[in-house]
Design a protein around this ligand. Sequence first.
Ligand code: ADP
Length: 398
Amino acid sequence: MKVLVINCGSSSLKYQVLDMKDESLLAKGLVERIGIEGSVINHTKTGEETIVNEVPMKDHKEAIAQVLAAVQDPAHGVVQDMSEIGAVGHRVVHAGEKYADSVIIDDTVMKALEECIEIAPLHNPPNLAGIEACRALMPETPMVAVFDTAFHQTMPPESYIYAIPYEYYEKYKVRRYGFHGTSHKYVSQKAADMLNININDLKLITCHLGNGASVTAIKHGRVIDTSMGFTPLEGLVMGTRSGDLDPAIVSYIKEKEGLDDAGVNNVLNKKSGVLGVSGVSSDFRDIEAAVEEGNDRAALALRMFAHRVRFYIGAYIAEMNGVDAIVFTAGVGENDISMREIICTNLGNLGIKLDPIKNKVRGRDTVISAEDSKVTLLLIPTNEELMIARDTMNLVRK
Ligand code: ADP
C-alpha cells in the first residue's frame, strides 16, 4: 500500500509518499506561504533533484491540490493516479483526552477534533484544514489521524494533574498532555529493536531535542511522564520557548512591559529559550559559533539547555527507579555532538557514560555509550512520517 502523509501547519505543509511494502520513501515535499503572496511547492522524488514551483495557493485546499498534482506529475510524480494511494495519514497535534491512539477519520472524529480547538487554538485549526481539503479532493480514500498527544495518554494522574483547583481539570480539561508523542513512540520502538529487548521489559528516557524539545519517561512501553504540558510551552529550555518558569513571572512581566495576554504569550513562545538568553539565534549552530567568538551569553544559553535536560533525566530515573537506555533524537539530539557530550558529562554515578569517539556521529542509528556504561545511550534519528504511515496502514488494513 502507498500512503500519503500530510503534516499541515498554518502557512506551510509537509508531505511524504511512502511505499509500505518496504517502508521506502517515494517522494517528499514542502509547501510554503499558503495564503500569502509567493506560495511555493518544493517536490522531491527520491533520487531526483527538488522541483520548485511558485504557484498561487490561497488556502489549504489549493495547497493540497498542488500536492496531489505533484504526486501524479508524469515526469516527477510517483503514482499514475490517486487510486494508487491506499490511505492518507494526517498529523494532528491535539486530541485532548479523546484519543489515546490513532483513529480512522469520520464525521464523529472531525467533530471531536473541532472540540479540541479550544485547547489547541494554534495547532489544530491548520491540521483540520488539511484534513478537510483532503477529504474534499479524495472523498474515496480512507484517512487516519495520528496525534502528538496520544502516546502520552498512559500517564498516571499524579504526572498529568496540575496542583491548581481540581475543578479546572474537570471544567476546562487543564492538565498535562505532552507533545511529540509520535516521535517518542517511534524512537522508543526503535530503541527496543536496537537493544533486541522487548519494550515491555525496558525503562527508557527519550530526549526529543529540536527547535521544540521534550523528554519522556517510558516504562515498559507506557509513558509515565513527559516534560511538555497543557501546551508545548512547558518543560525544557527550547529554541524560542521558555519552558518551566515561576508562573508569577507572567503577570509581573506583563505589568512591567505593558503587555497584554497575546503579547506575553508571544514573548514566552517566540522570544525566549536559547534565543532569548543568547540574544543570538534559536539555532544551536549559530549559538555555538557565537561561543567560539567568546560570547558569554551564548555559552550560558547552551549550559542552561543542557542543565534542564539533565534535570529531567535525573527526575525520570528517580520516577522509574532506574533506566536502561537514554535516546537522543531530533535536530539537536541527532546532530549536536558537543551538546550530547555536555548533557552526559558527570553522570557516572547514575551509570551513564558516553563514549566520546562513538559520539562523533550525526543522524544515524548508533550506540554512543561506553562499553562499561550501565545505561545504553542511543542516537536515533526520528521518523514521525514513517510512524504516521505505519499507523495509517495498520488501521486501514483492519
Ligand atoms: P523542529 O522542532 O522545527 O522540527 P528540528 O528537530 O528539525 O526542529 O531541529 C532543528 C534544530 O536542530 C535547529 O534549529 C538547530 O538548532 C538544530 N541543529 C540542526 N543541525 C544541527 C547541527 N549540525 N549542529 C547543532 N544543531 C543542529
